[in-house]
Design a protein around this ligand. Structure first.
Ligand SMILES: [Zn+2]
Ligand SMILES: [Zn+2]
Length: 363
């Protein structure tokens, strides 16, 4: 393989400025580090948070953003030689594996974690350097409709809802309510349906709801057209008709909006579980005592432990989670304008930046 010494990408030089092209040096990796030739990197709302909402990156700017990466290992340190040539998905959160949190089975709260595009240069680039621990191997022979660049969204948009659903203990006995059927929510609906749960989706966008109904939601509710009371009673009827014996709704807040969070919280009922997956800096006033009154639980998750990635990937490889209707791919060269379009909420699907020509042959 040719020696890679430079990468080109798009960096955030300062908050509230457009992404700028940037060249970086890529010294030969040592130890367990690898260099990945990026196949695709999804744009996440966390990136928008760094660039536009005053959320600081842990590594000082300028920094190449992007933490939703798939690609191929093209250089490896001594301790990572086995990865050479392997196609991989890079976990959005790469835990250290050694600290108290990691040893206690809570790797997503590891304080010495490495998140590409936050702790170091990320995946809006031709190449990225990451630790090899936690990499998720992707088979060379992919199903016909899939390509490695498309699988980048497994790094975050699929695995983060997957982990929320796993922690909720969702089973075929349960009813899942997904609030916000956009990027993450579209995958959450499919994962919940794949586990056999009865799934309701709530959004304010009719097109998203239509998509959710085609990919696993048996009930869709438009929060722009229904009152909170109307939504609650529709969900209650859905639970009764579902024939599911599970105790308590499993509610997944994926919208990252105050309105979505208010709807999700209002749905709390006896024994319910509320998982917060979407992010907003805005605040919401609510009666927290409802948790006590309903003997309910609420939780959140920062990404997904690397050991869960193969399970989430398998759902995609098995066709139980479809990517194509929920993604759109763009050349990395257009990173700056696509990033602005995402920030302005103009795109309907998860945007993936693809270095080099965008292959339209598959999918
Ligand atoms: Zn993200
Ligand atoms: Zn750790």
């Amino acid at each position: 393989m040719p020696v890679i010494t430079r990468a080109s990408g798009y960096c955030l030089a300062a908050a509230n400025s457009p992404l700028e092209p940037r060249e970086i040096d890529l010294p030969e990796p040592s130890g367990e580090d690898v260099i990945i030739e990026v196949a695709g990197c999804g744009i996440c709302h966390t990136d928008i948070g760094f660039a536009r909402q005053g959320i600081p990156t842990r590594h000082p700017l300028p920094l190449i953003l992007g933490h939703e990466i798939s690609g191929r290992v093209v250089a490896a340190g001594d301790a990572a030689r086995g990865w050479l040539g392997q196609s991989v998905i890079v976990p959005a959160v790469i835990p250290c594996g050694k600290c108290t949190a990691c040893r206690a089975g809570r790797p997503t709260i590891c304080r010495t974690q490495f998140m590409p595009g936050n702790d170091g240069d990320g995946g809006f680039a031709t190449h990225v350097r990451v630790p090899s621990r936690g990499l998720c191997a992707v088979p060379d022979n992919l199903p016909a409709a899939l390509t490695l660049d498309r699988l980048s969204v497994v790094a975050d948009a699929v695995t983060t809802p997957y982990e929320a659903i796993r922690r909720a203990g969702l089973s075929a006995d349960d009813v899942a309510v997904v609030v916000g059927a956009g990027g993450l929510g579209g995958f959450a609906v499919q994962i919940a349906a794949a586990l056999g749960a009865a799934v309701a989706a709530i959004d304010i966008d009719a097109a998203r709801l239509e998509l959710a109904s085609r990919y696993g939601a048996s009930l869709v509710l438009n929060a722009a057209a229904e009152s909170e009371k109307g939504i609650k009673s529709a969900v209650r009827s859905f639970v009764n008709l579902s024939g599911r014996a599970g105790i308590g709704l499993k509610i997944f807040e994926m919208s990252g909006t105050v309105a979505g969070q208010a709807t999700a919280f209002a749905l709390l009922d006896y024994g319910a579980h509320l998982a917060v997956v979407g992010f907003t800096v805005q605040k919401l006033e609510l009666r927290l005592s409802n948790l006590m009154a309903f003997d309910a639980t609420a939780g959140g998750n920062w990404g997904c432990p690397p050991e869960q990635y193969p399970h989430a990937l398998q759902l995609v490889l098995d066709g139980k989670v479809q990517l194509e209707p929920f993604i759109e791919r763009h050349p990395l060269d257009n990173a700056a304008e696509i990033f602005e379009a995402v920030a302005r909420h103009e795109l309907k699907s998860r945007a993936i930046l693809v270095p080099g020509p965008v292959d339209v042959s598959a999918g």
